[in-house]
Ligand binder design. Sequence first.
Ligand code: AMP
Length: 223
Amino acid sequence: MVNLVFLGPPGAGKGTLSEGLCFQEKLVHLSTGDLLRAELKKGSPLGSQVQSIMQSGGLVSDEIVATLVEQRLAEAVKEAVPGFVFDGFPRTIRQADLLGSTLAKLGMKLDAVVLLEVHEEVLILRLTGRRICRKCNKIFHLAYSPPKVDGVCDTCGHDELYQRADDNEESVRERLKVYAAETKPLVAYYEAKGVLLRIDASRDKATNVRNLREALSPFLVKL
Ligand code: AMP
C-alpha cells in the first residue's frame, strides 16, 4: 500500500496532478475540498454550515474535515485499495496529527508528502482563469488549457463551465494568506519526519507530471 499527501498553495495543481496519478495507479483520491463541495451541492446541514467560510477562502474546522476524512477512509479500506492520495488535507498541524493517528489506528502509514512549489503570481493567474465542467468536473483554464469549443466541455460535451465561488481575486488572496499562516508550517513538520518530496510544479502540465512521476518512482514500483 502507498499513501501520499499532496501539499501546496491553492493553484499549485494538487487536484489536477493527484487526480491524474490516482487514475493511472488506481489509488483513491481523497480531496477534502471535493468532499465539502459535495456537501454544499447536496444542501446538507454541514454544507450550509461551511458555505460562507469556503466562499471567503477561510478554513473549515479541523474536526469537520477530520470526520469527513475518517468516514471516507473507513468506507474505502473495506475495498482493499492499493493506497490513498490526500489532496488539500492536512492543512493545519492539528489535522496532520489527526491524520497520523487515524492512519495508525487503521494499521496504515504515510509514505511521502509531495510539496508542489509554484510562485505566487503564477498561482493567482492559474486560479482566477480556472473553469470547471458542472457535469464531469474536468478542469480548464481560459488561457492555458481552454476547451476546444468556447464554453463546452471537451470530455463530456456539457455546455456549462463554471468558476468556483472562491476563485475570484479577493478570495484567492485570502486563501494564499491562510496557506502561509496555517498550512506552510506543515513543510517543516513533514521535513522533520523525513517524508517530504519537493516538486517544481510551475511548468506546463506534461512537465509537471513527468517531474512528479520521477520523484515518486521509488513508491510507484511497489504498486
Ligand atoms: P480546495 O478544493 O482544496 O481548494 O478547498 C476549497 C476550500 O475548502 C478551502 O478554501 C477551505 O475553505 C475548505 N477546505 C478544504 N480542505 C480543507 C481542510 N483540510 N481544512 C479546512 N478547510 C478545508
